[in-house]
Design a protein around this ligand. Structure first.
Ligand code: HEC
Length: 139
């Protein structure tokens, strides 16, 4: 009986170890947490709001610059997302979409850490708002 008890105890320990590993190992992605957005961006006005003529260019620029990480539908599952240390939230999430255009603008073009800065690569203001307008269609 004693050996049976010991075997049972041993097996329980192994099982607990496997469970612990399963829960701790895949969690190598860090959650970015809340963004600190400077006041001037929070209230920034989208001068191209509802400009339907920009939709095509917005989609084109998103495909060129953003899709590799954010995925074709903004779900955070582009081919490069796997190699990121930071979790990429789906841009379709209500929490992301609830942010003002200016906040999305800051996140998209100023960025932080693994979210690259695009101030140089996407210099034109019309192009930038075209992308933000496109992000709004990813719901
Ligand atoms: C190299 C990969 C990569 C590329 C390319 C990239 N992003 Fe990101 N993006 C990230 C990561 C990683 C985060 C999360 C950063 C954090 O939370 O610190 C992020 C976060 C964001 C957020 C904030 C979403 C939220 O959680 O509120 C927006 C908006 C965003 N990106 C827009 C864009 C746009 C627009 C482009 C193209 C112009 C782009 N990104 C290109 C990696 C990328």
């Amino acid at each position: 009986m004693k050996t049976l008890k010991n075997i049972f105890l041993g097996l329980s320990l192994i099982f607990a170890g496997i469970l612990l590993a399963a829960f701790t190992l895949p969690q190598d992605k860090k959650i970015g947490g809340p963004w600190e957005i400077p006041a001037k961006y929070k209230t920034m006005k989208n001068t191209y709001k509802d400009d339907a003529s920009l939709m095509k260019v917005g989609k084109m620029l998103y495909t060129k610059h953003c899709k590799s990480c954010h995925g074709s539908k903004g779900e955070g599952n582009g081919p490069k997302a796997k190699s990121m240390k930071t979790e990429i939230r789906s841009l379709k999430m209500a929490e992301v979409q609830a942010q003002s255009d200016g906040i999305l603008y800051y996140q998209s073009f100023i960025g932080r850490d693994e979210m690259p800065n695009y101030e140089k690569k996407i210099g034109d203001d019309e192009d930038r708002w075209a992308i933000i307008n496109y992000l709004r269609t990813l719901k």
